[in-house]
Design a protein around this ligand. Structure first.
Ligand code: DGL
Length: 269
């Protein structure tokens, strides 16, 4: 069966691309809910309902394993879906935990007590909804002690990327970074806690300065998935990558093709 990869829009493509690079023949169904993007300004109930609906769509495409390549949906909805309505034969994984494990240099699935780690000051950039959940800080506290996190809600950034307006997106990155640096002038690392943001990783890096290590999720999540699949080979299946959207297929395909600098054709769900 194919693996499902879901995002509110185009951001999850940054994860899908890295997955396809590592497991080139894996059958994948990508679903972007571009009709409802952005999720990051919605309330929790709406984010939960939209995420649940999208996952059900991917189950309808025979995806027994679904990766929620959206931090907002992961922070708000994944735990509840796993606890309340996950059929026995399905798996739903979020993108938060692998990122935190990478930042804290703890191995995937290391459940030992929280301990001191190398990183001390973390600048987190995410959507307003993700920041409001404090899910990153909570997950971090399970693994590490003595780490300060300052979180910047990056209002407007997902919209600008979806609208393919990179000039506006870059201006927003600069202003969000300088707002955060006023509160935390010397972070050790910056975490791009939204799968749309790696599209502007260079811009984040230059606004933050070369001393700050910038973490984004594509590679980290793809490597975790490879590890997961080695332990669960029943989810591995050869096939194509299919791109589905709830949005306008011409507009979404055009934006995806420009942002990733390769041809990506979406079809309707
Ligand atoms: N890519 C989503 C994330 O990782 C964007 C959420 C949104 O639609 O605002 O949070």
């Amino acid at each position: 069966m194919p693996i499902g990869i879901f995002d509110s829009g185009l951001g999850g493509l940054t994860v899908q691309q890295e997955v396809s690079l590592r497991i080139p023949n894996q059958a994948i169904v990508y679903l972007g809910d571009n009709f409802h993007v952005p999720y990051g300004v919605r309330d929790h109930e709406q984010i939960y309902d939209l995420t649940h609906k999208a996952i059900e769509r991917l189950w309808g495409e025979d995806c027994d394993l679904v990766i929620i390549a959206c931090n907002t949906a992961s922070a708000v909805a994944v735990k509840r879906i796993q606890e309340e309505c996950l059929p026995r034969d399905k798996r739903v994984l979020g993108v938060f935990v692998p990122l935190i494990e990478a930042v804290t240099e703890r191995r995937w699935g290391d459940n030992s007590a929280p301990r001191e780690v190398n990183v001390k000051q973390v600048a987190l950039f995410a959507t307003p909804a993700t920041v409001a959940t404090r899910a990153f800080q909570r997950e971090l506290a399970y693994r590490a002690i003595g780490v300060d996190v300052d979180a910047q809600p990056c209002g407007g950034l997902v919209d600008a990327i979806e609208e393919n307006d990179l000039k506006l997106a870059e201006a927003l990155v600069k202003s969000h970074v300088s707002a955060l640096l006023r509160r935390m002038p010397k972070p050790d690392v910056a975490v791009l806690g939204c799968t749309h943001y790696p599209i502007l990783k260079d811009c984040f890096q230059s606004a933050l300065g070369s001393n700050v290590q910038v973490y984004s999720q594509g590679k980290i999540v793809a490597e975790s998935l490879v590890d997961y699949l080695s332990r669960h080979p029943n989810f591995v299946e050869k096939g194509q990558v299919k791109f589905l959207t709830t949005g306008n297929i011409t507009k979404v395909s055009k934006a995806a093709t420009r942002l990733l600098a390769k041809t990506i054709e979406f079809t309707s769900v």
